[in-house]
Write a protein that binds this ligand. Structure first.
Ligand SMILES: [Ca+2]
Length: 376
């Protein structure tokens, strides 16, 4: 019995020693980090060897300054740091891919209100479009609905065209270390798919999308879409949503001419219950394609707009489709700042605080401005 116990303990011990040495080995490897070490005066490789740094752990020897890139344990790094011949020991910092701020975001003063902590938190924005690629790492999609029944169009999170994913990124691409920054990066995106992978849809589908948005408590509906035909039903749905407290923002259309004459604003942007958004460039010049007419209400950047695209990519696109989500984003920022405002109040403040740009058939009240809306 005693002998058996001894034998059992030996086995245990053997295994535990083995386990300790195995784990110590792996910990030792994980513990090695890359450091930059600078000598005070002439570089001396012999000193590194004295600290147990082997040749294979010398990753690079610099030419112009007495600097080495080394793989070191924390203990070695501490030892070197205390040596009089060593001037600096620094852990090599990873340089991360940084986030780009598309020019439209500061142009609408979104960055001016971001610095006060207003990012559109909790405001629900329905993007009535071709769907939103919910796998994009620069987007958080909170929910959605598709008006199509055939797979994969039946998924609101499948965007076979890319248009909806791009529009969504301008509203709310995440404030992180990658990709782009949206106008209201903490707003809640909802993918309401009313256009298929070819960018085609119908007024009946848009009406269904508006109905879903009202039923699901959306604060803002962005419609970067439109047609040249009036529909009494679409108008009735737009009016209904507006009377239910939803702010409706839509692209004015890309049917403008170079001279900016004529009335070419599309539906549903043309309805009284919908804000029609025209497009300008980075110098606040009218985009030559931007639709014109007395129902243009406000303007925003819509030329060469960089935003998210399916497959974790980014693209620059042109259109009043890109201008509309800038206004939806600024509205989300204002709703975050003034949660008691009705949709009509938000609309009125955005219009009254817009930066006048001239011809109202081209620009409406002018360029949407987040900071000026906050202080209006
Ligand atoms: Ca980002």
């Amino acid at each position: 019995m005693k002998r058996l116990l001894v034998a059992f303990m030996t086995v245990c011990l053997f295994f535990s020693v083995f386990a300790i040495s195995a784990s110590a080995d792996s910990v030792g490897k994980q513990d090695r980090e890359e450091y930059l070490v600078m000598f005070d005066g002439k570089a001396e490789k012999g000193l590194l060897n004295a600290f147990g740094v082997s040749d294979s752990e010398i990753l690079h020897e610099y030419d112009l300054l007495p600097v080495y890139q080394l793989s070191l344990t924390k203990q070695q790094a501490r030892g070197l740091q205390n040596h009089p011949q060593i001037k600096y020991v620094e852990a090599d910092a990873e340089v991360k891919k940084s986030q780009t701020t598309p020019y439209g975001v500061p142009q609408v003063q979104a960055t001016d209100v971001h610095q006060y902590g207003y990012f559109g938190q909790g405001v629900r924005v329905a993007v009535l479009d071709t769907g939103i690629d919910a796998n994009h790492s620069d987007l958080n999609v909170y929910g959605g609905h598709s008006v199509f029944s055939n797979w994969p169009e039946s998924s609101p999170y499948y965007d076979g065209d890319g248009h909806g994913t791009h529009v969504a990124g301008t509203v709310a691409a995440l404030n992180n270390s990658i990709g782009v920054l949206g106008v209201a990066p903490s707003a809640r995106l909802y993918a309401v798919k009313v256009l298929d992978s070819n960018g085609n849809g119908s007024y009946s589908g848009i009406a269904q999308g508006i109905e879903w948005s009202v039923n699901n408590g959306m604060d803002i509906i962005n419609m970067s879409l439109g047609g040249s035909q009036h529909s009494s039903i679409l108008q009735a749905y737009s009016d209904y949503a507006y009377n239910q407290g939803v702010l409706l923002v839509a692209a004015a259309g890309n049917s403008g001419n170079a001279s900016g004459t004529g009335d070419s604003v599309n539906f549903p942007a043309k309805y009284n219950s919908v804000m029609a958004v025209a497009a300008v460039d980075w110098n606040n010049n009218r985009a030559s394609f931007s639709s014109t007419g007395p129902t243009v209400e406000i303007a925003a950047p819509g030329v060469n707009i960089q935003s998210t695209f399916p497959g974790n990519t980014y693209r620059s696109l042109n259109g009043t489709s890109m201008a509309s989500p800038h206004v939806a984003g600024v509205a989300a920022l204002l709703m975050h700042y003034q949660p008691g405002y009705t949709n009509a109040q938000v609309r009125s403040v955005l219009n009254n605080s817009a930066k006048p740009l001239g011809n109202s058939n081209h620009f409406g009240n002018g360029l949407v401005q987040a900071f000026d809306a906050f202080v209006y």
